[in-house]
Structures are given as C-alpha cells and as structure tokens.
Design a protein around this ligand. Structure first.
Ligand code: HEC
Ligand code: HEC
Length: 489
C-alpha cells in the first residue's frame, strides 16, 4: 500500500516537472479551443459522421476547421489564405508511374529555388490527396534536389493512396514563417491574448480594457476605411507603439523585423481561423445548435429526422458554403493591404488656428455630429450615452452595467479627451482616420460623410482639449441650440 502511494506521488512530481519545463503555459494550454458557438452545436454537427463501408465520412465543424488550420503543434498552410506561411509555392509537374511507392517527383516553383548544399528541405502538399491525409497535409523530407531538372528525391516513399498528381500545389519548406510566429506569440503574447487568440490568456482577466479577442477579425485602430480589415502596416504599428493607455506593450526592443513579420502573420492566421469558425457556426447554428434541435423536437420532428437532415446538409450544401466563406475571407484580408483601403484626406490638414478650433468645437457639439453625446460637453468621456442601460443585441437582455458595450460585450467607455492619450496614435492623421472610420468593433461611429475640411477642424479642436483652461475657451455654442448650417449633415 505504502509503496503504491509513493509511486503515485512520484508520478505526480514527474508530471509537474514536465509541465514547468515546457514553460509559458505551452503544454498546459497548447491546443486551440473551439468557440462557444461551435460548442453549442449538436454533437454530430461538431464531430460529423465517420465513413461507413462505401459511404464517405462527413466532416463536422471541428474537423472542417482543424483540416484547414491544424493545431498549434502542427499548423497547416492553407493556400487559400492570404498569409505568408513561409516557403516557396510550386506544383507537381510529373509523378513517376508507380503503383507501389513514390520516391521521386518533378516539381516547378514560382520563383527560383536556391538551396545551399546540405540544407534540409521538406515539401508540404497544399492541394490533392496528399493534402488531405488523416493527420493533415503530408509533409515529406527531400533527400536530394536537382534545381535544373526540378527533380526531388524523397527521403521516404509515399504510399500510392496519398499519391500526388500533376497540378497539385506544394510548398517547399512551408510554414517556416508561421512556425516562427507561433513560437514568438506563445512567448510574448499568449499569456494575454490566449493560445487561440481569444483574448483570454491567464493574465487577461485582470486587465481593463481586455486584450483583443482576434477571432471576430475585428481590430480597432486601423488606417483603413470603416468597412475594411486591419492592414499589415497597422499591425506592425501596434507592435511598434503598443497601445498607449492600455496594457498592450510596445515590442520594439524584443522583436526584430523578421520576428515582427512572423508574429503579424500569425495574428492574421489566428484571426482568420476565428472568423472561419464563426462563419461555419453561422451556417450550422440556425438548424443544428442544441437549442434549435430542442425546438425542432418540440415542433414534432424526431431525432432521426434531424440527424438525417444534418447528413444531407453536410453532404450537399456545406461544400458550396465553405467555398463562399473562404473566398470572402481571403478577399477581405487581401483588400485591407491595398492602397484603396487606406483613408487619405481630400485636403491636407487645415492650419490649427483659434478659428479652426472654434469651428471644430461647434461641430463637436452640433446636433448632426454630436460627439458630446458620448464624450461629454467638456470631453471627459461622460456624455448622456454613458448612463443609459443597453440591451445585448444578441440575447435582447439588458446589460447589468450602464453605458455602451462593444462587439465583444465589454463596457465601452468613450475616451476622456482631456487626457490627450490616443490609443490609435496621436498624429493628426491618426485622429482624422479615427473620426472618419470610427473605431471598429467599438461604439465610436464612423463620420465618413462629414466633409474632410470639417473633420480637420474637429481634429484641431480635439488636440486642443487637453490644454483648455475651461471647456471651449473659444466661444461656447450651446449643445441644444440649432446646428449651424456648416454643422448640419
Ligand atoms: C500584458 C498584456 C498584453 C500582451 C503581453 C500583449 N497584448 Fe496585445 N493587447 C493587449 C490589450 C489590453 C489590448 C487591447 C487594447 C484596447 O482595446 O484598446 C491589446 C490589443 C492588441 C491588438 C489589437 C489592435 C487593434 O487595433 O485592435 C493586437 C493586434 C495585439 N494586441 C497584438 C499583440 C501581440 C502580437 C502581442 C505579442 C507580441 C501582444 N499583443 C501582447 C494586451 C496585451
Ligand atoms: C456613440 C458614442 C460616440 C460618439 C458619438 C463619438 N464617440 Fe468617440 N469614442 C467612443 C468610444 C466608445 C470610444 C472608445 C473606443 C475604444 O477604444 O474602444 C471613443 C474614442 C474616441 C477617441 C479616441 C481615439 C484613440 O485613438 O484613442 C477620439 C479621439 C474620439 N472618440 C473622438 C470623437 C469625436 C471627435 C467624435 C465626434 C466627431 C466622437 N468621438 C463621437 C464613442 C463615441
């Protein structure tokens, strides 16, 4: 008995050592967690149906996500996503005709592949049957590579079932950038932002505002228009400057250019994973959430009928939906990096004169624009909107706390503009963009219909607020008075 107990204790100690050696919570928390929406689906919708005889397996929500994104230990490079996974993309030109085992492939790459002697190389299959292996896309080591002939001799033979065919897309040394990004992310970011990017790392609960949950694909402080995603440049800026007035630190001394690139790609990857998951959930929830199933049963359907309709949906409609969802995702993230997405004022900043500030304050208080409704007449962030009780738009329940709430359901306090701390940057152009696009995901609305000259007057006024002796040292316009012609929208 005693011996047994000792052994038990010894096992526990060993287990504890392994966990702490891995560090950074990596081994404790190193798989992606599924969203509440995915968890709320009926079991079959989450896990699909296994293959039976001739009938092929039907994948459920979890597998559809994992198949494309993998897990933190084996990330997948899904070529559809506009992410720099690292590596050189190419395709299979020819496979030797073999029904036993394949040890050689002829490949061509989009750019010249220059490889130093002795560098270990691998290829990952992105499309074709080798991309759909049971354990995810097949990765094979290359024993020798002849750039001239495009011939790759593989270290281990591939079985004919997973045989690539001409046209299959491959990535040479794929995923290097993303792997590097993941390593840095786990070390520097995950304790706040969480392994899955759900903004729920171990430190997160103590922080106000909370770390960003990337999974909605919504980011607040962007240079892009109100409909666009965050650009890579914006993400680089966040890493460089941090977010002043919050716990989001600057990573200037910690990360070099390559590191920053890798982390930015990894954050985008996590955001896209989250969005993809959300969109799959939107496809399945209306009919196949646990709540929907209960309602359907109450309405007279049998469990068998519901399961059958799910089978049909997964077999017939899901493929089209996935195609649409992934095209949409790819195009939205690609657009954010184009010039057209960036807000460029029609005119340069109007001179910061007392008259411009006065006009700016008039607009700030005007009925049509009414910044004061949220930020207060003196800019202290205490306008009437901060005292009302709102309903949660999804549940229609009143929130316990008064004031505005953002899309993550957190209280969204309008900024106190007397402090002069701007999370999205303090340059006049940053404030221009903040007002033009609003702050995405927050309750700060877009004022893109306001003429640019007027936005500049408002910027001049906002930047002057911290230095005012009393609110509106320039002539104060009564907030309830009729809007001036210039202020009306
Ligand atoms: C100490 C906690 C903490 C750490 C560590 C941290 N962040 Fe943050 N991060 C935050 C908080 C808090 C916010 C939200 C600020 C806000 O809402 O104004 C945030 C926001 C962000 C945003 C959103 C920007 C936007 O415009 O919406 C990005 C991107 C981001 N962090 C990336 C990172 C990356 C990458 C790392 C690691 C290299 C990292 N963060 C490390 C706390 C942290
Ligand atoms: C409906 C409420 C609402 C209105 C109207 C509104 N804001 Fe905001 N504003 C907010 C909230 C909420 C935030 C904080 C958002 C966040 O960081 O999550 C904010 C943040 C800001 C910031 C901080 C930007 C930064 O980088 O930190 C500025 C500046 C600002 N607002 C200016 C204005 C101006 C100027 C107007 C009028 C043209 C205006 N706001 C109208 C709610 C509002």
């Amino acid at each position: 008995m005693l011996v047994q107990m000792n052994r038990h204790i010894a096992t526990l100690i060993v287990a504890a050592l392994i966990v702490s050696a891995a560090g950074c919570g990596e081994s404790l928390n190193s798989s992606f967690v599924y969203s509440e929406q995915t968890e709320s689906l009926m079991r079959e919708a989450q896990k699909g149906f296994p293959a039976e005889g001739e009938v092929k397996a039907l994948l459920g929500a979890r597998q559809l996500i994992d198949e494309r994104f993998g897990d933190p230990q084996s990330l997948k490079a899904w070529s559809k996503l506009p992410v720099d996974f690292g590596g050189v993309t190419g395709r299979v030109v020819e496979t030797p005709d073999s029904s036993i085992a394949i040890k050689e492939l002829i490949l061509e790459f989009d750019t010249d592949v220059v490889v130093e002697e002795g560098t270990p190389l691998s290829i990952q299959f992105v499309t074709g049957s080798a991309a759909k292996g049971a354990g995810g896309p097949t990765v094979v080591e290359i024993e020798s590579w002849s750039a001239e002939k495009g011939k790759a001799s593989l270290s281990a033979a591939m079985s004919p079932e997973a045989a690539p065919v001409a046209g299959d897309v491959v990535v040479l040394d794929g995923g290097g950038v993303l792997q590097h990004g993941r390593g840095l992310y786990m070390r520097h970011c995950s304790h706040c932002h969480g392994t899955s990017g759900d903004g729920n790392g171990p430190t997160a609960q103590y922080l106000v505002p909370r770390p960003r949950d990337y999974r909605q694909g919504v980011f607040k402080f962007t240079s892009t228009n109100d409909q666009a995603k965050i650009s890579r440049d914006d993400l680089h800026r966040v890493l460089k400057n941090g977010i002043p007035g919050t716990y989001m630190p600057s990573f200037v001394p910690m990360l070099n250019e390559d590191d920053k690139h890798a982390v930015v790609e990894y954050v985008r990857f996590l955001a896209m994973r989250g969005e993809f998951e959300k969109k799959i959930g939107v496809e399945l929830s209306p009919d196949f959430s646990k709540a929907a199933v209960t309602a359907r049963i109450e309405g007279g359907e049998s469990t068998d009928e519901i399961v059958e309709s799910l089978r049909e949906f997964l077999a017939e409609d899901m493929a089209d939906s996935l195609e649409f969802v992934s095209d949409d995702l790819a195009s939205a993230w690609t657009t954010a990096d184009t010039e057209d997405a960036v807000i460029i004022p029609d005119i340069s900043r109007v001179p910061d004169t007392p008259e411009s500030r006065r006009l700016g304050r008039e607009l700030y208080l005007s009925k049509g624009i009414n910044c004061a409704d949220c930020h207060g007449i003196a800019g202290k962030g205490d306008g009437p909107q901060t005292t009302i009780f709102e309903k949660n738009p999804v549940t229609q329940q009143l929130y316990d706390t008064p004031g505005l709430h953002d899309v993550w359901d957190n209280v969204n306090q309008p900024r106190n503009l007397t402090r002069g701390i701007y999370r999205g940057g303090r340059r006049p152009i940053d404030l221009f963009r903040r007002i033009h696009a609003g702050i995405k995901g927050s309750r700060m609305p877009s004022f893109k219909i306001v003429p640019h000259e007027q936005i500049w007057h408002i910027v001049n006024y906002v930047l002057s607020i911290p230095f005012e002796v009393e609110p509106g040292h320039a002539p104060v316009v009564n907030a309830s008075a009729e809007a001036t012609p210039q202020a009306s929208l």
